[in-house]
Ligand binder design. Structure first.
Ligand code: PLP
Length: 453
């Protein structure tokens, strides 16, 4: 029964980011089916999943074609040793496909088990590259406050969300440096957008100069910050930061775990949305639409030329048992085929502006400070006072209160402290968008009633 399942789950499954007090009281909602943009709990109740799982179910759930491709690959070859003297067909084909889709000379792929391990792999690659060039001192990383890059020791240290750096954990602090999050809504007062952009660019340049360009290896950035609250930087930010990185020989790592594979209407947002060609792109999530765990660190031929120089005889000592897992790669190939065949990038380009525009209508509610986003990524920032942008006390858990009301009305939205974020499947329809907006409005109104009744 559902009650038995909930109890077993509470006893044995330690979920990501568990707040134990709440978990012991409420348990987790057992989800047993998924179909398109909907999920169903074990009592048979359906929910419109506006979060797309966790920014990942891009083609929607329940695709027989995906199940068949995965089953077929399991039957044919469920595993092959990925070390260099063996390979497997889906991994080879997927690496070639990613090289074709990725911008510029990003022609080489390290496969991992997810986004965090792809971020870790990118830094191993960078260290190896700097050593091969005779620049081992070039090992410092610059990233942004409020960014999210994963949950391993390294990727969490690169991330800059204050709540992800609680005192009980250790983090790498001596070589990782966090600069401002490019959030104009919370910019220092009195700066117009152009001045704010200049402030951000100056800060990056000064940080590189303070540390010493011969010490700084890489700049890590999400094109649009996801878990930090869907923050779209001021226009010109990426091109500006990229130019500074180039000037000081700093590699640009674009973490596209959320933004790639159609979420912003392109395969990769770096080049096709923001107009720059990073040295490394990190992908995961939409790569398989969540049907299999898989991540990819896609890197440039310029880096490859250096690490693979003939005759130096060294080994890039890095990799996993499941690097290039044939079943995960087969799922990714089928997923990409579906995105292509159903023209889902074009669909996002058409429906994304409608989603943003409809969501914006929520700004008339008294606690909605800002609705922001791009294409099929959106965030509602809830505030106590719209004029001063003052936040609610954290203990009030305003985002979760809204998400709980939404869930009871049949809609899943993700709470992040005072925010609610959404990233529905790319197959979402206009009427489902209307449902999301109407239901979320109701959930926010119910929350306002609770707070002020
Ligand atoms: N990078 C970004 C931008 C992410 O949003 C995430 C996960 O949400 C990660 C990395 C980590 O990916 P994973 O959870 O697959 O390890």
């Amino acid at each position: 029964t559902t009650a038995e399942l909930t109890k077993l789950d509470q006893q044995h499954f330690t979920h990501p980011w568990t707040v134990f007090d709440v978990f012991h009281q409420q348990g987790a909602l057992p989800i047993s089916r998924g179909d398109g943009c909907y999920i169903e709990d074990s009592n048979g109740r359906r929910y419109l999943d506006a979060v797309g799982g966790l920014w990942c179910t891009n083609i929607g759930l329940g695709r027989t074609e995906m199940a068949d491709a995965i089953a077929q690959q399991c039957r044919e070859l469920a595993f092959a040793n990925p070390f260099v003297d063996m390979t497997n067909v889906p991994a080879t084909l997927l690496a070639a496909k990613l090289a074709e889709l990725a911008p510029g000379d990003l022609d080489h792929v390290i496969f991992t088990c997810g986004g965090s391990t792809a971020v870790d792999s990118s830094y191993r690659l960078i260290q190896y590259y700097q050593n091969c060039r005779g620049k081992p001192e070039k090992k410092h990383i610059i990233s942004r406050k409020n960014s999210y890059h994963g949950s391993t020791y390294l990727s969490m240290s690169i991330g800059g969300k204050a709540g992800d750096h609680p005192p009980e954990f250790d983090f790498i602090r001596d070589t990782i440096h966090h600069i401002s999050c490019p959030n104009y809504y919370r910019a220092p007062q009195g700066l117009n957008e152009a001045q704010y952009l200049q402030f951000l660019l100056d800060e990056l340049e000064h940080t590189i100069l303070r540390l010493g360009p011969d010490k700084v290896a890489a700049f890590y950035a999400e094109p649009v910050l996801g878990a930090g609250g869907v923050i779209v930087p001021p226009q010109g930010y990426h091109q500006g930061t990229f130019a500074i990185c180039q000037k000081y020989d700093v590699l640009y790592v674009s973490d596209e775990v959320v933004t790639a594979f159609g979420r912003l209407g392109q395969w990769f947002a770096s080049k096709d949305v923001f107009g720059f060609e990073p040295d490394i792109i990190i992908g995961a999530k939409g790569l398989t639409s969540g049907y299999q765990p898989l991540g990819a660190c896609i890197y440039s031929d310029r880096i490859h030329q250096v690490i693979s120089q003939p005759g130096h005889g060294r080994c890039f000592a890095h990799g996993f048992t499941y690097s290039g897992h044939p079943v995960a790669c087969a799922a990714a190939l089928k997923n990409i085929e579906i995105i292509q065949r159903e023209q889902l990038l074009q669909r996002v380009q058409q429906l994304g502006p409608y989603f943003q525009q409809q969501m914006k209508t929520l700004e008339d509610l008294p606690i909605v400070g800002q609705v922001r986003g791009m294409q099929l990524m959106v965030c509602v920032e809830n505030v106590r006072c719209k004029k001063t942008k003052q936040l609610f006390d954290e203990e009030l858990d305003i985002g979760k209160r809204i998400a709980d009301h939404a869930e009871s009305l049949g809609l899943i939205v993700r709470p992040i402290v005072h925010l609610n974020v959404m990233s529905p499947p790319l197959t979402i329809s206009r009427s489902q968008i209307d449902d999301i907006v109407a239901t979320l409005r109701k959930a926010i109104e119910l929350t306002i009633n609770d707070l002020y009744a």
